[in-house]
Ligand binder design. Sequence first.
Ligand code: NAG
Ligand code: NAG
Ligand code: NAG
Ligand code: NAG
Length: 415
Amino acid sequence: MDLHLQRGFFRWSIMMIIFMFVGVVIKPNEALSSNRRILFDSVLAPPPPVGICESFVIIHGYQCQEFHVKTEDGYVLNIQRIPGRSSGGGQVNNQPVLLQHGVFMDGVTWLLNSPQQSLPFILADTGFDVWIANTRGTRFSRQHVSLDATQSAFWNWSWDELVDYELPATFDLVFNQTGQKLHYVGHSLGTLIALASFSEGKLVDKVRSAALLSPIAYLSHMTSAIIVLAAKAFVGEIIELMGVAEFNPKGKEVAHFLNALCNNPGIDCYDIMSLITGTNCCLNVSTVDLFLKNEPQPTSTKNLVHLAQTVRDGIVSKFNYGIEARNLEHYGEDMPPIYNLSNIPSNVPLFFGYGGKDALADVGDVGLLLDKLKFHEGDDLTTVFIKDYAHADFIMGVNAKEMVYDALIAFFKRH
Ligand SMILES: *[C@@H]1O[C@H](CO)[C@@H](O)[C@H](O)[C@H]1NC(C)=O
Ligand SMILES: *[C@@H]1O[C@H](CO)[C@@H](O)[C@H](O)[C@H]1NC(C)=O
Ligand SMILES: *[C@@H]1O[C@H](CO)[C@@H](O)[C@H](O)[C@H]1NC(C)=O
Ligand SMILES: *[C@@H]1O[C@H](CO)[C@@H](O)[C@H](O)[C@H]1NC(C)=O
């Protein structure tokens, strides 16, 4: 391919990958024009001046506290706590639940529907002590003890570092503050980092049970050859073109590209998106508007390369530096070590929620994952399959309470 074509394809791959992970697809006939406007007008909107508690929780009449926790590699993460309905004299006995969002999202994603429909509020109403994580690089977690988010070194991480540093710091905070083991809820990348941690025997002494929504681990069945091709292009070119850097999906370059593409009368972006991500059945148009005002959030180019490697290689392993000598330097081996998911202790109870329309957490790949966990017995492995659900329905579906959360809460109560 000549350079011009390559760059075009590279940009197109970026867009595909954003759409895949964000997964917000609404039916084209619903409020198409309204979302088209909001998606592109909000591209350079500034972050809200106040924190998540004040903007998204206290307004609904719930108590909420902001926490900051420092990871061993120096990132300062913002975490919210909604202590939940008091049981008797106080809230000391409420069991903690930690919610971990996926890539291109932040903690706000859980809080966009009404309190009767949003998982954190439902958990709080049921008597759980709810903690909401915000991954490094997202708008409320951009502090570091010595680095600044404008420096390339700030973005020198992939999901391996989330496994090695971020999840342990988050678990420690909740464990230390509550003195109790916690229940975990992960969505998308939030499932992969938990599975990878558990497979190395990490955190298993602090977790009571884990619910994994739209689980991703094996990504090789994922939809069409189109995405696999995009992932390959992404691995090859992004570091070359952008270096170790922030990947901001609301940045000018990506925005200009999207605008140019989607304003082309021959192209309907929503058709492309449905083709790629699957169609979410059950999103509220007002919630999607709110979502697009708040998300997507930045991540690191290195994290995206690592995810693209997972798609390309069909195995769950540590970041591949691509050159034997560099892998040797980092791992003492030519190839990056794998995360062997069969090593997840069979006494860690796991709940899986997955959807028939989810183009990212494909049913075939979830099957592969479940096969690795076949030594989990009885109630220690619970699955809920929803034929019509796609990626975003699990966090924002108007009927997610009935379809998923009620079963998830019953599972937590049994463990
Ligand atoms: C990223 O970290 C690795 C060590 O893990 C180091 O070799 C490399 O120079 C760093 N790159 C940047 C841009 O900071
Ligand atoms: C939790 O407590 C342990 C042991 O006291 C301490 O080493 C660790 O720094 C604490 N971590 C957090 C995040 O509070
Ligand atoms: C959708 O959201 C709007 C605004 O929050 C709300 O008034 C409406 O009841 C919601 N619809 C459904 C089906 O939940
Ligand atoms: C993964 O772990 C399982 C169970 O411990 C073991 O049987 C299997 O050989 C391991 N696979 C690899 C590729 O190391």
